[in-house]
Design a protein. Structure first.
Ligand code: COA
Length: 361
């Protein structure tokens, strides 16, 4: 027989053998995929049961608590003691519900539903939550380095209005993105104060108004001060990044108990050092912003002022400054309140990567 024909037959045989081998592997793959689908169905089933179980527990706890409140005035000392004990247990149970919910899907909320539709943004394990938070902080720092460099350039280069527009547009995009990322963080259990998210919404409007502010006498009078303020604000975001990054690493170590030998007390002492360093810098920024509001207001009263943006911007800078001052003071005073064991447990469990919660309760 022809040698070429023999070679062709051998090749065909080898192809058939390989194909049959692959078919066997595919049958195995189908079985694995079926198992995966079944596991997913079981998972969805278990998620639904847990969610409705928690809702039921919360509802019943509230009913029992109302009943206990009605008992309060007429109770004997022993009853009073028993009620106190149950109330303590209820408080502890609340933190257990929150811990359970960390591993369950959440609804998106109106803002995210409008932007993303019904796609789920729930992160169901603490590694993913940690990675997302870390990425959020890094994103803020990276953009802040850019905006700081750009503001510095604008301080010395004033003849190109389009360059100003690049900074303002960057800030519109940056703050808008922050609001989305922060809403995703909140859906996943972050305790960001509502004001910081609102602050980023208002800052988007502020940057947009500055973007459309015509290149007039008022704009030229304020642009130097605004570039300096933008530069300082970016610097503040970078300093905050180092604080938040440090807090994140330490919270993770608290959950893991290795890497660093860190305790809740150690974390609190580090946190206070960080806050004491940050506060003077933050307050300098808030008073700078208050001064911006004053200068803008004065400009809006100038006979040469024809732009409506000036007064609006004055009001916005005032709102941002007052909101920042009051929220930061509230955050610090809340932190000064005596620590309850529930808060300590929260810190320890924040980035605990295994789900064995009962161990330390
Ligand atoms: N933006 C976004 N998230 C913030 C935040 C901010 N300004 N301040 C706090 N958070 C987050 C924390 O990371 C934490 O998140 P987590 O639950 O996912 O872990 C949560 O909110 C609760 O933090 P809290 O304990 O209240 O405060 P903290 O110790 O993390 O930070 C300050 C305290 C005062 C340092 C911080 O709030 C801060 O930097 N404030 C000033 C912000 C500001 O002025 N911005 C505008 C001008 S730059």
């Amino acid at each position: 027989m022809d040698e070429g024909l023999l070679g062709e037959e051998a090749n065909l045989k080898s192809c058939m053998e390989d194909w049959n081998e692959l078919n066997k592997e595919f049958t195995q793959l189908e079985a694995t995929h079926d198992h995966y689908k079944k596991t997913l169905e079981n998972l969805w089933d278990a998620q639904k049961k847990c969610l409705s179980g928690i809702a039921h527990q919360r509802y019943r706890t509230k009913q029992i608590s109302d009943k206990m409140n009605r008992l309060k005035d007429t109770s004997k000392p022993e009853t009073h003691e028993a009620l106190k004990q149950v109330r303590l247990e209820m408080l502890h149970r609340k933190s257990q519900f929150r811990e359970m919910e960390e591993f369950l899907p959440h609804k998106n909320g109106i803002y995210l539903s409008i932007i993303l539709g019904s796609v789920s943004v729930s992160l169901l394990n603490k590694e993913d939550k940690y990675a997302y938070k870390h990425n959020y902080e890094t994103f803020k720092a990276t953009v802040s380095y850019f905006s700081m460099a750009l503001s510095l350039i604008l301080l010395f280069v004033s003849e190109y209005r389009w360059l100003d527009a690049v900074l303002h547009f960057l800030l519109v995009w940056y703050y808008c993105t922050l609001t989305i990322r922060e809403n995703i963080l909140m859906v996943n259990g972050s305790r960001i104060k509502g004001w910081w998210v609102t602050h980023h919404f208002i800052s988007t409007v502020c940057a947009a108004l500055t973007l459309i502010w015509p290149d007039s006498y008022t704009y030229k009078s304020f642009r130097g001060q605004y570039s300096l303020f933008s530069c300082y604000l970016s610097f503040l975001y970078i300093v905050q990044f180092f604080y938040q990054k440090g807090a994140l690493y330490r919270l993770r170590s608290l959950g893991q108990r290795h890497e660093m030998d860190i305790t809740v007390e150690g974390f609190m002492s580090w946190m206070w050092k960080g806050i004491s360093f940050l506060l003077p810098l933050l307050f300098a920024g808030y008073f700078f912003q208050l001064y911006n509001a004053y200068v803008l207001y004065r400009l809006s009263q100038d006979s040469q002022c024809k732009e409506w943006q000036v007064l609006f911007l004055a009001i916005i800078h005032l709102i941002l400054s007052v909101g920042n001052i009051t929220t930061t003071l509230k955050v610090v005073f809340d932190k000064l309140k005596p620590d309850i064991s529930y808060r300590r447990q929260q810190l320890r469990n924040k980035y605990r990567f295994n789900s064995n919660l009962k161990k330390d309760m």
